[in-house]
Design a protein around this ligand. Structure first.
Ligand code: HEM
Ligand code: HEM
Length: 341
């Protein structure tokens, strides 16, 4: 080889690629929907994440060498702690079940620590940059990558096998990685909302929904009118990015019937809290504004007086405490992929 070899450079670059791919597939798993078929995304995410563990023997050589040098190590050690915390919590969630300590779940720790990894790794790489070389695109690198992919797949298969042989709760989780909680019994269903939201206390007697259609006066629909118009029962799975799912029978009014002629690109559903999601107008026949679940009015925590039921979508689309529904010509994807408020 022409260039002098610097042991560890490729290990470090592989770590960078794996971290970026873990982060991307983690969010992808939340973004793509609620179908169990999406297990392919969560599996890929798990395999990529465990690839980091496969590289530990190589990285520990690099790290020991780095630690012997006389320079500050706090940033690198913080990064290492965050990675360990995220990995341990991710595997714990995927195997031991929906662990919860003082209201904080293993999945919260997993995603929270992964979030903090981003600035930590950016700093680490900025202080210890690694150059790309032309030989990085060689046959040798391709074979090494294949070896890494094989090792990561074996690591994932080992975790899944232990989980299934030991009948750990993880063997019963859904393809999205979520655990069943309260199907058919809404009172047992967890109350979770986007971390920026709080449960409001609304009085159905004074509640009214506002419907905005282009070139028409806004229309007010009261709670009793909505209950009277409820003509649709839909059995649908609410699969929350908080890591739980429940199947319920929801009753309400279909959005295409509420809006009448649906002419526009997207439907904007807004909560009294300001929380907003934009959905494709073509979905209107599948979207329901529900007032009842399992034969009883919704509870405040589950979205009373009215919530959106969006079958096939993850929970953050199921806007609770709906105050306003409007139709406009903006494309539905013109919004942050995940709520920012
Ligand atoms: C899983 C993610 C990573 C962890 C946990 C990690 C951890 C560490 C630790 C603990 C050290 C030794 C302490 C020190 O140098 O202050 C180190 C050194 C180093 N890291 Fe990382 N690192 C990671 C990813 C990366 C990445 C993505 C790069 C660059 C692309 C990188 C490049 C380096 C370099 C160049 C050294 C110094 C080696 C030397 O001085 O001989 N690391 N890393
Ligand atoms: C540093 C970045 C990340 C790494 C290294 C990582 C790694 C992992 C690992 C190893 C697992 C366990 C897989 C298994 O044993 O089945 C896991 C599970 C999971 N992670 Fe991540 N992850 C990262 C970031 C994220 C992010 C940003 C999200 C979401 C926004 C996320 C969502 C999930 C979910 C939902 C599971 C459960 C999947 C299942 O049960 O199969 N992860 N992750």
């Amino acid at each position: 080889m022409s260039s002098p070899r610097r042991p560890g450079r490729r290990t470090n670059l592989a770590l960078l690629v794996l971290l970026a791919a873990s982060f991307a597939t983690g969010w992808l798993a939340f973004g793509v929907g609620a179908s169990p078929a999406l297990a392919v995304v969560t599996t890929l995410h798990g395999v990529i994440g465990l690839g980091l563990v496969v590289l530990v023997p190589w990285k520990s050589v690099v790290a020991r060498r780095g630690l012997r040098r006389n320079r500050p190590h706090l940033g690198a050690l913080t990064l290492a702690s965050l990675i360990v915390a995220s990995l341990v919590a991710g595997v714990a969630h995927a195997t031991l079940g929906p662990l919860d300590v003082a209201g904080i779940s293993a999945l919260d720790v997993h995603v929270g620590a992964a979030f903090l990894v981003v600035p930590a790794v950016a700093l680490h790489v900025a202080q210890r940059p690694q150059r790309l070389r032309r030989t990085d695109l060689s046959r040798r690198t391709a074979l090494q990558s294949l070896g890494l992919a094989g090792g990561a797949t074996i690591a994932y298969a080992a975790v899944e096998t232990v989980s299934s042989v030991a009948r750990l709760p993880g063997s019963g989780r859904r393809g999205t990685g979520s655990y069943e909680a309260g199907s058919g019994q809404p009172s047992r269903m967890p109350v979770t909302q986007w971390f920026t939201d709080d449960v409001p206390d609304l009085d159905p007697a004074s509640y009214a929904l506002t419907v905005h259609l282009p070139e028409r006066h806004p229309r007010r629909v009261t709670y009793s009118e909505l209950v009277a118009a409820a003509d649709t029962d839909v059995r649908a799975v609410l699969d929350c990015t908080g890591g739980w799912w429940a199947e319920q029978e929801w009753r309400g009014v279909r959005l295409d019937r509420l809006l009448g002629e649906v002419e526009g690109e997207s439907i904007v559903v807004r909560s009294v809290t300001g929380y907003t999601r934009r959905l494709p107008a073509a979905d209107a026949p599948r979207l329901v504004l529900a007032t009842y679940v399992a034969g009883a009015p919704l509870s405040a925590g589950h979205g009373a007086p009215v919530r959106l039921v969006a079958p096939g979508r993850r929970g953050f689309w199921w806007v609770k405490w709906v105050a306003q529904v409007s139709l406009d010509d903006e494309p539905w994807w013109l919004q942050p992929p995940f709520p920012l408020q």
